[in-house]
Write a protein that binds this ligand. Structure first.
Ligand SMILES: NCCC[C@H](NC(=O)CCC(=O)O)C(=O)O
Ligand SMILES: NC(=O)OP(=O)(O)O
Length: 323
């Protein structure tokens, strides 16, 4: 008998292999027929709240809701909302205009589901690790919440990535998956890398992570992965290579290296002839990843981006329940 999977209250992280498989299968069913559950969300609304920029997440989440017959409304809170106060008990005699307690409760009263993007500060490690801003929305809105990328995780991206791996792997053995750091000029969050590691390991794949010394990720997400500091060794016999920049976690938010030799070109694939390359986008071409790879036959980046629609559709459908 199949295990009964308890429905989630919120969609914020990897939960279990069983639920991962169920979401992947549901997403592939939606990819084959986007209108499969067109009546499921009828009469319901999802509020998509952005505290940071977005292209894919913004559009794919709206398309996913529309495919389920649900009405999406987007609020670019960083630009269009009042400046939010996050501290409990604050005397609001400075720049902030509205407390998160009030704003989140109002939004919760308007929507059946809220979806939130809240990036880390990359200056306050403790606050970022607790997903402080995102958690305030969960605490005060009182409705199911979907993460559109929090300080620590990007689960809709990771689900789309696992769908992409599933679609592109027919081998009998487990695929070798490699997460490689790529150079960048800015301090970049850990969320995509954390989440990719969490979901890849959770879905029972072999994961090797490679990065310069000092770029070790939070072990809470990488336990069970092989850490290999030599990139070319890590890439040997790889089936999927996920490229991502992140700033230092130990020396929190710092850029310790911009070493251009870490940017993948065809020369890096001498011992991984069939490897596919993945990136969540947006990508800084010829800094993080070369044109040669992005425009060549290894690249799965457009497939990943397309799968964001069906990942979001599966996640929202799950929160809407089985009725
Ligand atoms: N949602 C996908 C990635 C978002 C973010 N990238 C960025 O901030 C890139 C900014 C730049 O390249 O200037 C990140 O890596 O977490
Ligand atoms: N991959 C991703 O989340 O893209 P956006 O930041 O454009 O939403």
């Amino acid at each position: 008998m199949a295990n009964i999977i308890q429905p989630l209250q919120h969609f914020t992280k990897f939960e279990s292999l069983e639920l991962g498989n169920q979401l992947i299968e549901q997403a592939l069913a939606y990819k084959a027929n986007p209108a499969l559950d067109q009546a499921k969300g009828a009469g319901k609304r999802i509020g998509c709240i952005f505290l940071n920029p977005s292209l894919r997440t913004r559009v794919s989440t709206q398309l996913a809701a529309l495919n389920l017959g649900m009405e999406p409304i987007v609020l670019n809170m960083d630009k269009e909302g009042w400046a939010l106060e996050m501290q409990d008990g604050a005397v609001m005699n400075r720049g902030t205009v509205e407390h998160i307690k009030d704003a989140a409760a109002v939004l919760g009263s308007y929507f059946d589901i809220l979806a939130i993007r809240a990036f880390p500060s990359l200056t306050n490690k403790e606050e970022d690790m607790s997903d402080f801003t995102f958690s305030q929305f969960v605490k005060y809105s009182g409705v199911p919440v979907v993460s559109l990328e929090s300080a620590t995780r990007h689960p809709l991206q990771s689900l789309a990535d696992q769908i992409t791996i599933r679609e592109n792997w027919s081998g009998k053995k487990k695929p070798k998956v490699v997460l490689t750091w790529g150079p960048h000029i800015k301090a970049i969050p850990h969320a995509v890398a954390n989440s990719f590691a969490e979901w890849t390991l959770g879905m029972d794949h072999d994961l090797t992570i490679t990065h310069p010394v000092g770029y070790e990720l939070d072990e809470a997400f990488t336990k069970g992965a092989t850490i290999e500091y030599n990139q070319s060794k890590a890439l040997e016999d790889a089936d999927f290579v996920y490229v991502k920049n992140w700033s230092s976690f130990n020396d929190y938010g710092k850029i310790l290296s911009t070493d251009a030799s870490w940017m993948l070109t065809e020369n890096h694939f001498e011992n991984a002839k069939n490897a596919k390359v993945m990136h969540c986008l947006p990508v800084r071409r010829n800094l993080e990843l070369s044109d040669e790879i992005l425009d060549g036959p290894r690249s799965l980046v457009q497939v990943q981006a397309k799968n964001r629609v069906f990942a979001a559709q599966a996640a929202i459908s799950h929160l809407l329940g089985n009725k």
